[in-house]
Write a protein that binds this ligand. Sequence first.
Ligand code: F3S
Length: 289
Amino acid sequence: MEVVVAEHAGFCFGVQRAVDTVYEQIARKREGELPICTFGSIIHNEEVVGDLQKRGVYVLSSLEEAEKIPEERRGTVIIRSHGVERSVGERLEQLGYRVIDATCPFVKRIHNIVERESAAGKSIIIVGDEGHPEVEAARGWSHTKTYIIGSPEEAEKFTPPADEELCVVSQTTFNYKKFQDVVEILEKKGYNVSVVNTVCNATEVRQNEAAQLAARVDVMIVIGGNHSSNTRKLYEICRQECEETYHIRTLADLHLGLPETVRLVGITAGASTPNNIIEEVRNYVRTNF
Ligand code: F3S
């Protein structure tokens, strides 16, 4: 039996880079040095966060929490791939933390655009989900007014002052088609908008690849958290192509009895699934069937 793992299964580039940054800092830390923490969970994966905790890395959930840590215990803070508001990074430095910025470069690009265009006097529209940490962080780089538009319906209702110059960017994980629809509505309404497409295609690449793989295998395994919406989506996409599609969280959930006729098994994984879990499943299927 052959097992094929999708090339873009699991972490995207930005998340991998942020997680690697934390492990690099752990490896460099000498006995007696100040602790390492991350600003928010580096990733929504209990196994990874648990492993980091075991290695002494704790999670700072807010600036208030950062302020409460005694000064002599303020060590290294790593900013996760979503990024943070400019004021948050500055405040952490003021408090005496050593800040290591692992913001994904594609997210950082949005911060730079927001900062530059707002400094030039434009108001900023972020097409994305209000309250999403990435959107809130991007908003925090603007010198001017920011608007969040979450859907074409909201774009229809949007009525800024007529003379306002606007710059439109998007949350990296926003659906590209929906982003285009929003932009089209704004342009039709005659607003003075300059548009920068900042949608990242990592999710789309992962989904397309999963669909192609699922279409040619006998059994497809999708690995990812029970509450992970992108994993559920991957499962649905694969299920459309391959009836024998299974969703598991870790190897422990795999109770497959594969019939002799199965020749090819495909594996993909949601955005928060670390490589070692994917590898474990691959090795298990390879050696046990
Ligand atoms: Fe990932 Fe960065 Fe794209 S965090 S989804 S590669 S914007």
